[in-house]
Design a binder for this molecule. Structure first.
Ligand code: HEC
Ligand code: HEC
Ligand code: HEC
Ligand code: HEC
Ligand code: HEC
Length: 384
């Protein structure tokens, strides 16, 4: 008997060690992609500098749009600043939040080909002004003195060198940062941030939609005052902070079956799971019955969230977020009173507890509101 117990305990310990070995606590595997900034860039001939405001001297509208986007705040965003402090200033965060080597005080690399530890050295070409710009124009457009863009035809009369790059017309450019590669043998089937991969499935991918179709609205206008109109895109990137963008996500159906109502919720507008990206985020839906007197009762609340266990090993505990085009149904008891069925929806950047912790422990200041109601008392017609 004693022997069997000792055997069992050793087997369990061995299994735990194997799992631990396959799945260390790092959020993602360190490799060339996750540790390398885009090489140092200099200003292309005909431009003043790499600063967005200097590109904006000529491309005024695009500059104004970019300024309203989260890309322009990727370094100064108070939530980023607080979380970066929490993660002890981890320099790998900056590879996506300030992608150019010019933007980082430290340059990093792996200490050896198969190692998971970092080597860092001071960057002699660090430009703090550029760092504040986060994901700026040059981060996406400038390489080796050339401004790359989406136009194949050589019709530009730009004051700077231009060239075509296919990455502007597909998902590759976005996936550089909106997809963290998952680890080969980990218990995480998808990487933590897997927007790129999520978007490969479902109705929108089948129709040929790419990120730009929903996040950079198409427009026709001159690239600079006095130049001909060209087909292009607004540099707005609305996401979880845009009520208008959020309103596109869900559609609802209700069907009365005997004394029950079957509610169907579909992700009919997001090209990926909703919400995607950051694991703190979640969406709650309240289904409400409003009787003839206007009295409201909550029939059911649904929360779409991915629950990740971080310690001692990292794995996805649950994930009920709807993929693109996917539906889920719930059945509730039909109320006896006459009335109508309403829905409210709120997008949560994080819980109040997380917000409080950021304020107390990591000096979060001026963080914007973390709860955004994007559907208020929308009626759902009940089919009999
Ligand atoms: C002095 C004015 C000026 C400045 C500064 C300037 N541009 Fe341009 N840019 C132009 C003009 C003019 C065109 C071409 C317009 C046309 O022919 O329709 C152009 C074209 C472009 C294109 C299209 C390229 C293609 O072929 O697809 C991109 C992208 C671009 N600029 C980005 C930038 C970026 C990024 C910066 C800052 C690093 C910048 N520009 C700075 C005036 C400027
Ligand atoms: C996150 C990456 C990203 C950033 C940052 C970015 N752009 Fe672009 N830009 C794109 C993409 C993608 C397109 C292609 C849109 C299309 O299909 O026409 C584009 C297109 C353009 C064009 C061609 C005209 C058009 O609208 O398509 C110009 C000019 C341009 N960008 C200038 C800028 C300037 C100036 C900035 C900074 C203020 C900037 N971009 C920041 C990704 C970016
Ligand atoms: C160099 C890295 C990088 C590239 C390339 C990039 N992004 Fe981003 N993007 C970010 C970061 C970092 C943020 C978050 C900024 C913050 O608030 O800290 C972001 C934010 C966003 C948001 C807003 C998210 C929200 O919560 O509302 C959208 C939408 C978005 N990006 C779409 C795109 C699309 C579409 C492309 C391709 C055309 C693209 N991004 C290319 C790094 C990148
Ligand atoms: C069919 C339209 C569509 C396509 C295609 C699409 N998105 Fe979205 N995206 C949305 C909508 C709608 C939202 C807001 C709802 C949501 O997911 O929370 C959103 C939200 C986001 C957010 C904010 C995080 C969040 O979920 O709130 C990011 C980041 C983002 N998208 C990036 C991308 C990237 C990168 C791609 C391409 C790989 C892409 N999107 C493709 C429609 C789309
Ligand atoms: C692979 C690229 C990448 C890396 C590395 C990365 N981020 Fe991000 N981060 C993003 C993108 C893209 C977003 C946009 C929103 C989303 O996808 O959820 C984002 C959003 C965020 C946000 C939410 C901002 C807001 O206003 O809601 C915080 C906070 C953040 N990142 C912190 C960090 C920290 C801290 C690290 C390092 C431990 C880090 N990021 C590393 C790409 C990255």
């Amino acid at each position: 008997m004693k022997k069997i117990i000792i055997w069992l305990i050793s087997i369990i310990i061995t299994l735990l060690l194997i799992v631990y070995w396959l799945n260390p606590k790092e959020i993602y595997q360190l490799n060339n992609k996750t540790t390398q900034f885009i090489d140092y860039q200099s200003a292309p001939e005909g431009t003043h500098s790499l600063k967005a405001s200097d590109c904006g001297l000529c491309h005024a509208e695009i500059y104004q749009e970019w300024q309203t986007s989260l890309h322009s705040k990727a370094f100064v965003d108070p939530f980023f600043t607080a979380y970066h402090k929490k993660d002890k200033g981890d320099p790998t965060c900056l590879v996506c939040h300030t992608p150019l080597a010019n933007q980082s005080p430290l340059l990093i690399s792996l200490s050896s080909a198969h190692s998971q530890s970092l080597k860092s050295r001071e960057n002699p070409n660090y430009d703090p002004e550029l760092q504040k710009e986060g994901v700026n124009c040059a981060g996406c457009h400038v390489r080796k003195g050339i401004v790359y863009g989406p136009y194949k035809a050589r019709v530009m009369s730009a004051p700077h060198p231009v060239a075509f790059d296919q990455r502007f017309l597909d998902k590759t450019l976005c996936k550089q940062c909106h997809e963290v590669p998952s680890k080969d043998f980990s218990l995480m089937k998808e990487g933590i941030c897997s927007t790129g991969r999520e978007s490969n499935a479902g109705i929108w991918a089948a129709r040929g939609f790419i990120c730009q179709d929903c996040h950079m609205p198409a427009t026709e206008r001159p690239l600079m005052t006095g130049f001909p109109s060209r087909a292009g895109r607004k540099h707005l990137w609305p996401g979880g902070y845009s009520t208008q963008q959020l309103q596109k996500v869900f559609s609802f159906k209700a069907q009365k079956i005997n004394d029950k109502i079957k509610l169907t919720i579909t992700n009919s507008g997001a090209g990926h799971k909703a919400p995607t990206g950051d694991t703190d985020r979640f969406i709650t839906l309240d289904f409400i019955w409003q009787d003839k007197q206007g009295k409201q009762t909550i029939l059911e609340t649904i929360k779409f969230k991915r629950q990740v266990i971080w310690q001692p090993i990292m794995f996805v505990f649950s994930d009920n977020r709807l993929g693109p085009g996917k539906s889920t149904s719930i059945t509730v008891k039909a109320p006896e009173s006459q009335g109508k069925l309403l829905v409210n929806a709120v997008y949560h950047v994080m819980t109040d507890t997380s917000l409080q912790r950021l304020k107390e422990k990591y000096q979060l200041k001026n963080g914007h509101s973390v709860h955004r109601q994007f559907i208020t008392n929308q009626e759902i017609r009940i089919n009999q």
